[in-house]
Design a binder for this molecule. Structure first.
Ligand SMILES: C[S@@+](CC[C@H](N)C(=O)[O-])C[C@H]1O[C@@H](n2cnc3c(N)ncnc32)[C@H](O)[C@@H]1O
Length: 201
């Protein structure tokens, strides 16, 4: 949130059920969201009636050039098959000076186990959310920075960050928020998200 302009027009990629978009609206911004899942968008529309949600693939953004003050993507970038295409599209729809801010799962102890978990799910025939074909991409800080640089973003800042998703219940969320600074400083492998921001020239 701290990277986003106040009262800006914000696009959230892979907006899901509008959890993050709701925060944007609470802080006075206006919100557009795109997601490839109609079911997710239905929930987003219920949570954020003021939001402008579109069904689509983030690799072909259905918006005109220089439409948004900022673009965000929370825990969705790991599903995007062609990240360089997404970055190019984001740059096109951002206004000059606008930031692209991502929070995504990083390469670490936790995500290294995910492919094995998926495979196990397939072996035992469990087809629930999170168990199926493995098709996610995890990055380390340096890889994300290179993607942003190659796409021409400037003023890039990248760090390992929280594991407290805003969907957690209050007491757990607050506890995690208290633990995070210690984990980020002393146990970086357990701070399994990466937050990166880059600005369009
Ligand atoms: C783990 S959910 C995160 C949702 C939301 N950002 C949040 O933090 O609660 C990932 C979302 O990305 C969406 N998604 C995955 N690939 C996509 C694509 N290529 N284009 C648009 N949305 C996509 C999924 O449908 C899903 O809603």
């Amino acid at each position: 949130m701290s990277h986003l302009p106040e009262n800006g027009h914000i696009l959230d990629l892979g907006c899901g059920t509008g959890l993050f978009g709701n925060r944007v609206l609470e802080q006075g911004g206006s919100l557009a969201g795109i997601d490839i899942s109609n079911g997710m968008l239905k929930q987003a529309g219920i949570r954020c009636p003021e939001g402008d949600f579109i069904l689509g693939d983030v690799e072909a953004l259905p918006y005109a050039e220089a439409t948004f003050d900022a673009v965000t993507s929370i825990l969705a970038f790991s599903y995007f098959r062609n990240p360089d295409t997404v970055l190019r599209e984001v740059k096109r729809v951002l206004k000059p000076g606008g930031p692209f801010v991502i929070c995504t799962l990083g390469k670490n102890l936790f995500t290294r186990a995910v492919p094995a978990y998926y495979k196990f799910g397939e072996m035992v025939g469990v087809k629930k959310i999170g168990v199926g074909d493995f098709d996610e991409r995890y990055y380390n800080n340096a890889e994300l920075v290179v993607l942003f640089e190659d796409a021409g973003f400037e003023d890039i800042r990248c760090r390992r960050c929280s594991f407290a998703h805003i969907n957690l219940r209050e007491p757990v969320y607050n506890l995690f928020r208290k633990l995070e600074p210690f984990v980020e400083d002393h146990l970086p492998h357990f701070a399994y998200n990466i937050c990166i921001k880059g600005t369009k020239k």
